[in-house]
Design a protein around this ligand. Structure first.
Ligand SMILES: Nc1nc2c(c(=O)[nH]1)N[C@H]1C(S)=C(S)[C@@H](COP(=O)(O)OP(=O)(O)OC[C@H]3O[C@@H](n4cnc5c(=O)[nH]c(N)nc54)[C@H](O)[C@@H]3O)O[C@H]1N2
Ligand SMILES: Nc1nc2c(c(=O)[nH]1)N[C@H]1C(S)=C(S)[C@@H](COP(=O)(O)OP(=O)(O)OC[C@H]3O[C@@H](n4cnc5c(=O)[nH]c(N)nc54)[C@H](O)[C@@H]3O)O[C@H]1N2
Ligand SMILES: [Mo]
Length: 757
């Protein structure tokens, strides 16, 4: 019997409705949906208090995505999905000790993600003791004492792992990695390992900085913007405003996606009266409906044509890059048959794209998970860098690389040292500032952590936010790995499956969210975050905390550190009381943060330095940007199989399911759907609307099955399918990861559809 998530049986999809997909994003339905969610969760007063403070210069940073704010803020600088993210956190519903008395962990493990999230905010520390099925209330001292006892009882610090999700503030992240390294390990995996790790790897290798090289002004001033493997209408709605702005200034937009996502086609700006009612701005000038995993071939073909026509920036290439001759030689061997097979595009479409490129002096390429979660993601992103470098599009106004980050502070967490493979210079600075020798060996990333837990090499799991068992691949394997731990600890705002699928002993440590006031010994505190474009700014919550028993993430780390490392010589109590003291330490350790406390208090904050962007300087080993040779292999799918990508609906934030609709794609009241091209359905003899099991096929021969999905005939690229994460994570093999970055291949899973009899 293959493994299936008991939670999936709880999903009520019997009322599902399917209509044709929408052609435009946002506008009035978006505003209505966002406000509806807020009013339902928080009532009118809290709605006004929170939504008007989102992303304002004196307000809090939206806990939704990492898109930057820009200088001219609207009174309502949020979007429908930002409003849902805020409502999810600022809800008035509560999970109390009575709730846990009524619902044992084994019962919670049978509940859907949607049900768990709807129960409300966690209110006090809870402990599930070994051999028990119920959580019971516990004091903070006892809870942290237990963690300390388990950590100190380990035979080596590497037997513990410390995960981070990307909402943690800079201040909390800095102290967390400090504590973990003072404890003695670099086991600091984070959600990045499953997200933009491929971007970081490829950019560090090629341009010397693992972050995007554009600011919002660059997008506004670009001639041509590629939006590749990204669904901004749902996941970064405020990006549509920037694209609209660019279009008005004359930019052209090329969308590269297997799906005709609503936001890429047309956008109705809800912040403008005309956008609320009109038909909106057509965004994409060219839509390349690429096959899943075809992007390396596409960019390689464009690069081949640029070199063939000698349409490259020789002066820039000679002065600032290395590797041109090798790249040119490799591109000359490109096989057009392979390009057309991999991309599913015609030669004419590629030539049309080239014409756009040749007309443009300034090009930006934006991307997200459609590029990062494949076996060849790092080569693909390197090829995007080649594409930009060939025409001098890095380190120039209106041009550059733009990996669009997910979690609101995932980029900042890395800057603060949440990294299982820390740079030696960072460790040196930490050692000099705090007077201890941090461990130098690399720690485990997310995939390696799961292996180590499964094999009993890691005994304690500590999660700073997130929902590890649901976000990670190969659900059956990951859940077994968590259950094999001696202690699992989750610092969380909301209930999720990682509180139900746990180790022998389990702790829930409830924490403050972004929207809430954080008052410590020295008075009200604020924290800071870094957005997708390297802007650092303050975030101040306004709401009364969901419960008087919550502690901030900073306070939890400081108290834990005091319990685990009584003789560390670091004054954790002082840092807990006054976050300015944390920022003073950050300023001395992390480059770009000099005078942090003063600069973060300026309205709008400050921008971190980025050598390629600011000075066209490339801090690689050779001091030059590297053009790279990336062999092209076509991912061939056996006869009768499909290449499945696992993606987000419009009504979810990662593993948090706000509702069961995916408005833009025309799905209502259900999530167990799989989108397939009608011609593929016909070839398989499967009817639109039929029920199927999705069965994964992977080299290890283990059967991975996601049962009972409704098939929807949908205009996706031929040979491809799409279904939602996290219900499909069971299909993503733990050992199927991207080369170099080790990111699970969540966007290329080979499956067959098995009709349910
Ligand atoms: N409302 C909301 N906002 C979010 C999130 C959320 O869940 N909800 N999550 C946040 C996080 S952590 C992240 S990382 C981002 C994710 O933001 P996205 O990357 O936009 O998220 P996905 O839904 O995974 O969408 C992937 C897109 O890539 C396309 N795609 C898939 N495979 C390929 C391919 O091989 N080639 C190309 N060219 N395209 C492909 C898909 O059709 C889809 O449009 O959003 C962040 N913002
Ligand atoms: N198949 C498949 N798998 C994927 C992906 C995919 O596209 N396909 N995407 C991957 C990506 S891009 C990512 S980023 C990961 C996401 O992985 P995670 O970041 O681990 O997951 P989230 O669902 O964002 O975590 C939600 C939980 O975070 C907690 N939380 C929310 N706010 C806060 C806070 O302020 N502080 C604390 N301490 N906790 C908080 C709440 O308890 C909530 O239940 O999933 C990855 N997994
Ligand atoms: Mo992400």
């Amino acid at each position: 019997m293959p493994w299936r998530s008991p939670a999936d049986d709880d999903a009520d999809d019997t009322r599902m409705e399917v209509t044709p997909p929408e052609r435009a994003a946002a506008g009035l339905p978006g505003v209505r949906a966002g406000l509806g969610a807020s009013l339902r969760e928080m009532g009118p007063r809290r709605t006004a208090l929170t939504l008007l403070r989102v992303n304002q210069k004196d307000g809090f940073d939206c806990p939704g995505c990492a898109w930057p704010e820009g200088d001219h803020r609207h009174v309502a600088e949020f979007c429908e999905n930002g409003a849902k993210a805020v409502a999810e956190e600022a809800t008035t519903r509560r999970v109390t000790r009575e709730f846990f008395a009524a619902h044992p962990a084994s019962e919670l493990a049978g509940r859907s993600d949607h049900w768990l999230g709807r129960q409300g905010r966690l209110t006090e520390p809870m402990l599930k003791r070994a051999g028990r099925d119920h959580y019971e209330p516990v004091s903070w001292d006892e809870a942290l004492g237990l963690v300390a006892a388990e950590l100190t009882a380990l035979s080596a610090p590497d037997e513990a792992v410390f995960y981070t999700s990307g909402r943690t503030s800079n201040e909390a992240a800095f102290l967390y990695q400090l504590f973990v390294r003072a404890f003695g390990t670099n086991n600091l995996p984070d959600c990045s390992n499953m997200c933009h790790e491929s971007s970081g790897s490829a950019l560090t290798e090629t341009i010397g900085v693992g972050k995007g090289s554009v600011l919002l002004e660059d997008l506004h001033r670009a001639d041509l913007i590629f939006v590749v493997g990204q669904n901004p209408g749902t996941n970064h709605p405020r990006m549509l405003t920037a694209l609209e702005h660019a279009k008005k200034a004359g930019a052209r937009i090329v969308a590269v996606n297997p799906l005709p996502e609503a936001g890429l086609i047309r956008f109705k700006n809800p912040q403008k009266a005309s956008g609320l009612v009109g038909s909106g701005t057509p965004l994409a000038d060219l839509f390349l409906q690429i096959r899943v995993n075809g992007d390396l071939a596409l960019f390689q073909a464009l690069n081949r044509l640029l070199v063939e026509r000698d349409a490259v920036d020789h002066e820039f290439l000679a002065a600032c890059t290395s590797g041109f001759d090798e790249l040119a030689a490799h591109l000359r061997t490109l096989d057009w048959e392979q390009v057309l097979e991999a991309t599913g595009l015609s030669r004419e479409r590629i030539d049309e794209t080239l014409a756009e490129v040749l007309r443009a002096d300034r090009i930006v390429v934006c991307w997200a998970m459609g590029l990062t979660q494949h076996k060849n993601s790092v080569p693909t992103i390197r090829e995007v860098v080649n594409f930009l470098l060939l025409r001098g599009n890095i380190g120039r106004t209106g041009a550059g690389v733009c990996p669009v980050r997910g979690h609101s502070n995932v980029q900042g967490d890395r800057t603060m040292g949440i990294n299982e493979k820390p740079a030696p210079a960072f460790l040196d600075a930490l050692a000099a500032e705090f007077g201890f020798e941090p461990p130098r060996e690399h720690g485990v990333d997310t995939v390696e952590a799961i292996r180590a837990m499964r094999e009993g090499r890691i005994r304690v799991f500590f999660g700073m936010g997130g929902n590890f068992v649901r976000a990670a691949p190969d659900s059956a394997v990951t859940e077994a790995a968590m259950r094999a731990c001696r202690l699992t600890v989750q610092v969380s705002t909301k209930l999720n499956r990682s509180h139900a699928v746990v180790g022998e002993q389990a702790l829930i440590l409830p924490t403050l969210g972004r929207t809430e006031q954080d008052v410590r010994g020295s008075g009200p505190q604020f924290v800071s975050v870094e957005d997708s474009m390297g802007m650092v700014h303050a975030s101040r919550g306004r709401l009364r905390p969901a419960s008087p028993h919550l502690l901030s993430e900073v306070a939890i780390v400081c108290r834990l550190a005091r319990a685990v490392l009584p003789g560390s010589g670091i004054d954790w109590a002082a840092l807990e009381d006054d976050y300015d003291l944390i920022r003073d330490r950050i300023a001395r350790v992390v480059p770009g943060f000099a005078d942090f406390n003063a600069r973060v208090r300026r309205p709008g904050g400050f921008t971190l330095p980025h050598a390629p962007r600011d000075e066209r300087r490339f801090p690689t080993a050779s001091g030059k940007a590297r053009l790279t040779v990336n062999p092209l292999e076509v991912l061939r799918v056996p006869e009768g199989r499909l290449l499945l990508q696992t993606l987000r609906s419009h009504d979810q934030y990662n593993t948090t399911i706000y509702g069961l609709d995916d408005r833009y794609r025309g799905v209502r009241a259900g999530r167990r759907v799989v989108f397939v091209h009608p011609a593929d359905l016909e070839a398989f003899g499967i009817a639109d609307g039929a029920l199927v099991d999705l069965v994964g096929e992977w080299a290890d021969g283990v059967e991975r099955r996601a049962p009972r999905f409704r098939v929807i005939g949908y205009p996706t690229a031929r040979g491809c399918a799409a279904a939602y994460f996290p219900e499909t994570n069971v299909l993503v093999p733990l050992d199927s990861t991207a080369d170099v970055s080790n990111t699970p291949t969540s966007k290329s899973v080979i499956v067959r559809l098995e009709p349910v009899g």
